[in-house]
Design a protein around this ligand. Structure first.
Ligand code: SF4
Length: 307
């Protein structure tokens, strides 16, 4: 199967020790069965250290679910104080488990092509996406992609009518979202058709599971009883290109959910910035992504409230 990705995708590089919000903390690092077997068969003192850092939980499967036991401060036991990874330094990048190797990439499987993207909770990916000024374009990365060969081994099939229509609609929405002859606020209104009121949107996002105090504090600072006018002004401000990139990212990442979801997610970020002006857009988007996109159910919950 062919793989495609936005043209910024090959430029992504983890900034490791320079990352202020490392992905190697505060969530369990699951170890896939192939990597688990590799760790079990390694020899030497470092292999012993790896094995003593792993716990296998009974999840009802034959092999159980293995993951690294986080330190009391929530950091991965392989993460050094300087932000580098002991596992990579000792055994090379090929020793990483799949989840570490692939973060912050995401995949959307189509019948005839694999779409690859970068998620916004990673500050290096976020900076790349927000500051991209060359327009949105999908390029073929089949030969250069770092993803596992098994992802590409699926046979290509002819998309059915519904899938073909969904992606045609999505691609058209991306064209509308990228049309800079029209103010971004107008593009959003056209794409969404209808939007929640400010208070309805806030109620929906406040009702979701929150994973960080920072995100809760951003939400708590948002006023109620106002209109979306300040958020729309921000869309048309000197931040317009960044917001456009964000809108296109949402459209690309959630093709089946449609333009309304992408617009509501964008408006939530804009409302958040409107009432947290001392914060920068990137910081808000990163918290938004970590709390909303990387929760198992939050995007589905927002979608459920739209329907
Ligand atoms: S969040 Fe991104 S830049 Fe930071 S350590 Fe993880 S992959 Fe690297």
């Amino acid at each position: 199967m062919r793989a495609v990705a936005p043209s910024y995708y090959p430029l992504f590089k983890c900034i490791a020790g320079d990352c202020k919000h490392t992905c190697c903390a505060n969530w369990e690092v699951d170890i896939d069965p192939a990597t688990y077997d590799k760790y079990m068969n390694m020899t030497g003192a470092f292999a012993e250290r790896i094995r003593s850092s792993i716990v296998v939980e009974d999840d009802g499967s034959a092999t159980g679910e293995a993951h690294f036991v986080l330190r009391p401060d929530g950091r991965c036991p392989m993460l050094r104080d300087d932000g580098l990874c002991d596992l990579i330094l000792a055994c090379g990048e090929e020793s990483l488990c799949r989840v570490c190797d692939e973060h912050p990439r995401f995949y959307n499987f189509r019948s005839d092509v694999l779409e690859c993207g970068l998620g916004l909770s990673c500050e290096a990916a976020l900076s790349l996406i927000l500051n991209w000024d060359k327009g949105f374009e999908l390029i073929d990365i089949t030969d250069s992609s770092p993803m596992g060969a098994e992802l590409l081994s699926a046979p290509e099939e002819e998309p059915d009518e519904l899938e073909a229509e969904i992606y045609e609609t999505r691609d058209n929405a991306i064209r509308i979202a990228s049309d800079r002859s029209v103010p971004l606020s107008s593009r959003v209104k056209r794409l969404a058709g209808e939007l929640w009121t400010h208070d309805m949107r806030l109620a929906v996002f406040r009702s979701l599971e929150s994973l960080s105090d920072e995100w809760v504090s951003y939400l708590n600072n948002i006023r109620t009883g106002i209109s979306d006018s300040e958020a729309f002004e921000l869309l048309d401000s000197d931040l317009s290109l960044k917001f456009e990139n964000l809108l296109v990212y949402f459209l690309f990442r959630y093709p089946w959910e449609g333009a309304r979801l992408a617009c509501e997610l964008l408006m939530m970020v804009a409302c958040c910035l409107a009432d947290n002006r001392e914060c920068d857009l990137a910081g808000i988007v990163r918290e938004f992504s970590a709390n909303v996109e990387y929760s198992d159910c939050n995007v589905d919950d927002v979608m459920g409230k739209i329907q």
